[in-house]
Design a protein around this ligand. Sequence first.
Ligand SMILES: Nc1ncnc2c1ncn2[C@@H]1O[C@H](COP(=O)(O)OP(=O)(O)OP(=O)(O)O)[C@@H](O)[C@H]1O
Ligand SMILES: [Mg+2]
Length: 217
Amino acid sequence: MIKTTKPIVLALWGKGGAGKTTTGLALASLAAAAGRRAVVLDADPQRSSSAWYQSSQMPLFAVHSTEVTSVPSLIERAKLRYDMVIIDNPPARYSGTDRIAHIADISLIVARPNVFDLTLALEWVGIVRRNGADPLVALTAAPPQRQGMMAPAVKAARARLTKAGALVWSHQITQRQIHPELIARGLSIANLPEAALAHEDYKRLWVSLCRREENNG
Ligand SMILES: Nc1ncnc2c1ncn2[C@@H]1O[C@H](COP(=O)(O)OP(=O)(O)OP(=O)(O)O)[C@@H](O)[C@H]1O
Ligand SMILES: [Mg+2]
């Protein structure tokens, strides 16, 4: 296991059902596969990450459930043991949300390319920025590219986010049935071959986030 000098704290935000939990588990598994000690702090009362963990087969990383208000103190403790601390936040704003946005090294807002997700994503951009951080927005469960061309819904979503001043990830997490299937089977993205398209999507996101953190740090 590689113990990096500086642990990375990544917070996930977004509308209900946007893909926070799927993304958190995927990134934690890729972090673990890259030799980092990773933990997901499940701050969502729905406890989806924790339910996955209970059913998981040979998890490569840990999941701890927690109240939102306890996350800041837990982050400090987790940073002593883990290199990658991922916070799976609830879809709604709680007291404690601002503090998490302030502490996190990276805030990642996930949004499906539809009007409701995008509206909420922009609200999250505002919340994170008011807490002194600059979030990245990633489009998830997006329709696939055709012959290298972005789907119209993705193009429109990117245009709306960019026009509103949000920083948008240059690629997308494409909608693929393998994502719910993996979760249902207690598996994660790192269990897929690297050449699998679903793996490639998240690997690309993981690499972008690592680069961003290197440049910040
Ligand atoms: N890229 C994807 N392709 C296909 N399905 C996806 C993708 N990402 C997420 N999903 C599915 O969308 C649903 C919602 O995803 P997920 O639970 O990760 O969202 P969430 O933001 O954590 O939701 P909540 O706010 O309820 O916690 C799940 O059924 C999940 O399997
Ligand atoms: Mg969730």
